[in-house]
Write a protein that binds this ligand. Structure first.
Ligand code: DUC
Ligand code: ZN
Ligand code: ZN
Ligand code: ZN
Length: 497
């Protein structure tokens, strides 16, 4: 045979167009796209199917190790199986830094753990403590090893940065050509509201949302964009939850700032009312930023169609309901001292923030977006893989169906209807926010670097078959060359530490 695999007669979807052709794979990469291609050792009939680039989930928390030593129960094995089952072949998760420690001291075994992944992976380095050593030595060393994005938090006690420390991280990133990603919420505003709510005896899961209304997200987003403008450093805003935040981002973009935004699947399908589900089930929907009024989803779709939001991630951050959400113990993703209520359930501030979504991201977005006619197929590809590849330095290799690119390919049945239920899922968490959701559009085969890793829901890859994706320098995140006062603080060599 001429090729390892030939996929025949599918509708190939790229970031720009949809066309019917055959796709041939050899040696883990895409060898040819066209008609009347030679024989494959494996011949796949894709009539009636879409042929999509493998999904890239650029924001997910997998087997994360907290400052308190807690390890998230979603392991690199279960989390990556979930990814492949859902049509995602690459993801980017978070290497921790614990305050008071160097990067090297924080979870030194994290990369070894990650090597068990079945999907390809990379890391964002979380920075909680930008000491001179971290800035001058450790971040440059990381960049040289292909970890080219940093993550900062403006809330969560063990993680948050002051504005001064945030500026140092932005300056370091600009000097080295790294992308900074940011969680935008105002820590003090949340703490202040939270204290008042708890004092008033308002401790239910829904009060999580009361403590962090849209304005705390909007303020922090504006502040983050302002600081990034001062440094002339591109910025990726994570998990935009509502229209008023998207509007501020659109304004910054219109002024020419290099700022980009993602939202997450759950903000399109869930609302603050989910936090009021009975029997403490609302705890399953505690995530940050919080779920909003149902009317916000329409505003997010507008922002997506306008290009203000151009990536949809999962922010997969799984905590099982049976354990963490009923008896949280320690977690980096709560705020304030854990308080138990008379019935033994935790007050809202002690419920770990996050929900699992890596496995359902593509099918939910397809159902909500493509099957309903809100977006076309190329937009679906841009939102789920192509834009993340460009933004995070994986362009040409991932998120594209072009000869020479890695053969990460998903065969998608656009008509297949299935009801999502946790018992049929690969992830390790004991619930899914989409339990009972009727999806239309489902992945039937996932190919990762030329290997069939999922077929009709059956996982075929072995732990450790995923590869670390070292990322080189890339042009998309070059600074603009514009500083507000004509004095380029970073260019003058200031802000070194
Ligand atoms: N939000 C979550 O809901 N979970 C993890 C971290 C975050 O920012
Ligand atoms: Zn053909
Ligand atoms: Zn976040
Ligand atoms: Zn997150």
């Amino acid at each position: 045979p001429d090729y390892d695999i030939v996929i025949r007669g599918g509708r190939i979807v790229t970031a720009a167009e949809v066309f019917t052709a055959d796709l041939a794979i050899r040696g883990g990469t895409i060898a040819a796209i066209g008609h009347d291609l030679g024989k494959g050792r494996e011949e796949i009939d894709a009539t009636g199917r879409l042929v999509l680039p493998g999904g890239i989930d650029p924001h997910c928390h997998i087997e994360e190790v907290g400052a308190d030593g807690s390890v998230q129960e979603e392991s690199f094995v279960s989390g990556s199986r979930a990814a492949l089952a859902g049509g995602t072949t690459s993801f980017i998760c978070f290497k921790p830094q614990w305050r008071g420690q160097t990067l090297a001291q924080s979870a030194p075994d994290y990369e070894t753990r990650a090597a068990r992944s079945l999907a390809d992976y990379s890391f964002h380095q979380i920075i909680t403590d930008p000491t001179p050593e971290v800035l001058a030595t450790e971040i440059p060393a990381l960049a040289a090893r292909g970890i080219r994005s940093l993550k900062v938090f403006l809330t969560y006690d063990p993680l948050r940065l002051t504005d001064g420390d945030f500026l140092k991280v932005l300056a370091s990133a600009r000097r080295l050509g790294l992308l900074v990603t940011v969680h935008c919420e105002n820590f003090d505003a949340i703490a202040w509201q939270q204290e008042a709510l708890l004092a008033a005896g308002l401790t239910d899961p829904v009060h999580h949302a009361w403590a962090r209304p849209p304005v705390v997200e909007r303020e922090a987003t504006l502040r983050a964009m302002a600081l990034a403008e001062l440094v002339d450093q591109p910025l990726q805003i994570f998990h935009v939850s509502c229209g008023e935040v998207a509007e501020e981002i659109a304004r910054a973009k219109a002024r020419g700032q290099k700022v980009w935004a993602e939202t997450c699947t759950h903000y399109l399908t869930h609302g603050v009312d989910d936090l009021e589900r009975p029997d403490f089930e609302g705890a399953k929907f505690v995530c940050s930023p919080a779920l909003r009024d149902r009317s916000e989803a329409a505003r997010l779709w507008e922002a997506i169609r306008a290009g203000t939001i151009d990536i949809i991630s999962s922010d997969h951050c799984g905590f099982s309901f049976a354990t963490a959400k009923k008896d949280p113990g320690a977690s980096s993703y709560g705020q304030g001292a854990a308080m138990l209520r008379p019935d033994g359930t935790p007050a809202f501030n002690a419920i770990p923030n996050g929900a699992p979504g890596i496995e359902n991201r593509l099918t939910v977005l397809f159902s909500e977006g493509v099957s309903t006619g809100r977006i076309d197929l190329p937009t679906f590809v841009r939102l789920t893989s192509a834009n993340a590849a460009e933004r995070y330095g994986l362009g040409g290799r991932k998120g594209t169906l072009m000869p020479g690119a890695d053969a990460d390919v998903v065969l998608w049945d656009p008509e297949l209807e299935r009801t999502i239920t946790v018992g049929e899922m690969q992830h390790a968490i004991d619930y899914t926010p989409w339990e009972g959701y009727r999806a239309r559009g489902w992945p039937v085969m996932t190919i990762r670097r030329g290997e069939i890793v999922m077929r009709d829901g059956v996982l075929l890859a072995q732990p450790g078959s995923g590869r670390f994706l070292a990322r080189g320098p890339y042009a998309a995140i070059a600074p603009r060359g514009v500083v507000p006062n004509g004095f380029d603080t970073v260019g003058r060599g200031s802000g070194q530490t």
